[in-house]
Design a protein around this ligand. Structure first.
Ligand SMILES: Cc1cc2nc3c(=O)[nH]c(=O)nc-3n(C[C@H](O)[C@H](O)[C@H](O)COP(=O)(O)OP(=O)(O)OC[C@H]3O[C@@H](n4cnc5c(N)ncnc54)[C@H](O)[C@@H]3O)c2cc1C
Length: 567
């Protein structure tokens, strides 16, 4: 059995940033990733990362924009901390060698993003995540972080009331390994793959969140799912908000801009929930073409497009057959980001399981509340990756983490039985994962997306029940051990179904409209009853999701009092 001081599952920006703290503090730090770290979804981030680094900007304004953007259910202590720490977190990356775009005078360039009152989004052309992830990867290599590359998390293990490590599968040969650690961090990203049309990597199946819920660590805010306004019509591939930050227009089938009807001040740069709803209403009113409206950048001119938006142009040419220099790009709202995750305090500690930490999109430190502002997620990964990493070091060096928890061989045996069972089922006696996945993701896309109501959510719930029943009989064609992606995708689907169950249950429970959760049958925000987080955890007896509540953490700042949200 392998032993480490710190075990981090997930090698995206959050995981690698946390690992940097562990390894540079002299602790034995290991990172598990089901894909090569540089393929993590962080690498796909385009638009940029927010930080009040311009002397004319102020982190308090960034925090205000974030509290408002979150529709008043974000945790104010985490938001203050993130915005105050943001400039240093970006400068850390800069000092490590991250190639941010620059102004003539050498300062880091910043562009405008939605829902914010200052152009505070630092970027590296339209490949910001790529630049940041490569920078942190170099540091992991330099300092000798142990990387379990292409290992799949099968289970988070516990010793009484404390996290004790993980069971992982080496994807290359199918062998199971038990890893024991004094502190465990989940940084496995989000679960946007729950929806048929999404901007996410194939790997964004929420594995770590699902395993934490099974291990007794509650998740929260799962009802809040972000639909990005501008996914390419045919594939859902993202066209960054940075494009609107550079001045792009949203237009209908007649070439008319329509956002003045919905957000007279911020227009195309209102927050994402507002823009996605506006576009959906236009499409429903027959003002789109083939389920899409258009993003028009032609007036920005060839030179700017080639310099600042080269990847966007290429994506539009390759995947939509449209060169944005000459034609508007057909776009529609597409699932992009999951605000919910493992419920943690502002230091990244799970509220339910000692020794378990979480950071990045897999965590709910709730800086995004009901709606994330663009470019606050890359920021979350580097700020809370750092803070959580530091707290894990403290936990291991000075607190309960000094003592090593025990690992039980029964965990390995149980996971081994689980895989053997799936492989043993005769193919003609069950249901294949592709069938279950298609039905589930298409149902949620229709009935649990931009607009919701009791009737739609009831249909979504029936789709969850059906998926669960089918999943109990799931079969795989491939019975081999080496690189068995049939088994891996089946396991990922099990995690998606659990997150789907929690998402729909929480969406039914929240009888109001707030941020990304818009219910036609409860169109108003209900501050008297709903300034709270809904938590979800798995009941060990029934295996079902049980909902609870956790208070929104507030600070003493009158500017954060709930107001009507206008843009
Ligand atoms: C197309 C796109 C563009 C975006 N653009 C921006 C932007 O411009 N600005 C912004 O702020 N945000 C952006 N976002 C959001 C942001 O990129 C992500 O929220 C963030 O990068 C997530 O980082 P992470 O470290 O939490 O997880 P990820 O980068 O998703 O990494 C997850 C890691 O977990 C590992 N993992 C997962 N499951 C398992 C398992 N079972 N076993 C082992 N390992 C596992 C994976 O291998 C991977 O290493 C964008 C998102 C997308 C999809």
């Amino acid at each position: 059995m392998a032993q480490h001081d710190i075990l981090i599952v997930g090698a995206g920006l959050a995981g690698l940033r946390a690992a940097f703290e562990g390894v540079t503090a002299g602790l034995d730090t290991a990172v598990v990733s089901k894909i090569h770290p540089l393929r993590s979804h962080s690498c796909a981030a385009q638009g940029g990362v927010n930080a009040a680094i311009n002397p004319k900007d102020d982190w308090h304004d960034h925090a205000y924009d974030t509290v408002k953007g979150a529709d008043y259910v974000g945790d104010q202590d985490s938001i203050d901390m993130m915005c105050a720490e943001a400039p240093q977190a970006v400068l850390d990356l800069d000092a490590m060698g991250c190639p941010f775009s620059r102004e003539e005078d050498g300062t880091i360039s910043q562009r405008a993003f939605g829902g914010q009152n200052f152009p505070r989004t630092a970027y590296a052309a339209d490949r910001t995540g790529h630049a940041m992830l490569h920078t942190l990867w170099e540091q992991a290599i330099k300092y000798g972080v142990k990387i379990y590359d292409e290992y799949y998390l099968m289970k988070l293990t516990t010793d009484k009331d404390r996290a004790s490590g993980a069971i992982v599968m080496d994807i290359k040969d199918g062998k199971l390994h038990q890893i024991n650690a004094k502190a465990v961090c989940v940084a496995t990203g989000g679960y946007g793959r729950l929806f048929a049309s999404n901007t996410n990597a194939m790997t964004n199946t929420g594995d770590g969140i699902a395993h934490a819920m099974r291990a007794g660590a509650p998740a929260a805010d799962l009802e809040f799912v972000q639909f990005h306004p501008t996914g390419l019509k045919s594939s859902g591939i993202l066209i960054s908000e940075g494009v609107r930050g550079e001045g792009a227009y949203l237009v209908d089938k007649n070439g008319q801009r329509f956002m003045q009807k919905y957000a007279p001040n911020k227009l195309e740069l209102a927050s994402r929930d507002v823009v996605s709803r506006s576009m959906t209403l236009e499409i429903m009113a027959g003002n789109g073409v083939d389920g899409a409206v258009f993003l028009d950048v032609r007036h920005l001119g060839r030179e700017l497009i080639l310099e600042r938006l080269p990847q966007i142009r290429q994506l539009a040419i390759d995947f939509e057959g449209v060169d944005p220099i000459d034609e508007p790009i057909p776009v529609r709202p597409t699932c992009h980001y999951t605000m919910g995750g493992i419920r943690v305090n502002k230091l990244g500690q799970s509220i339910g399981l000692k020794g378990l930490f979480a950071a990045g999109e897999a965590a709910c430190v709730s800086v995004h509340g009901a709606n994330r502002l663009g470019a606050n997620s890359l920021l979350e990964t580097i700020v809370f990756g750092k803070i959580t990493g530091k707290d894990m070091v403290d936990f291991v060096k000075n607190r309960e983490g000094k003592e090593r928890p025990a690992s039980s061989p029964e965990d390995l045996a149980q996971v081994s039985r689980q895989i053997a069972e799936i492989k043993a089922r005769p193919v003609n006696e069950g249901v294949k994962q592709a069938v279950i996945r298609k039905e589930l993701t298409e149902a949620l896309q229709v009935d649990c997306s931009v607009f919701r109501d009791a009737q739609r959510l009831d249909r979504a719930w029936k789709a969850i029940e059906k998926a669960k029943a089918h999943y109990a009989r799931i079969v795989v064609d491939d019975k081999s051990d080496a690189f068995n992606t049939d088994v891996i995708t089946a396991l990922e689907l099990g995690n998606l179904i659990l997150l789907g169950e929690a998402t729909v249950k929480a969406a039914i429970e929240r009888t109001e409209s707030r941020g990304a959760h818009a219910r036609d049958d409860f169109p108003k925000r209900d501050d008297a009853n709903w300034i709270t987080h809904i938590t979800s955890v798995v009941d060990p007896q029934s295996g079902e999701v049980v909902l609870g509540r956790d208070a929104v953490r507030t600070v003493d700042n009158p500017a954060y009092a709930p107001q009507e949200r206008k843009y």
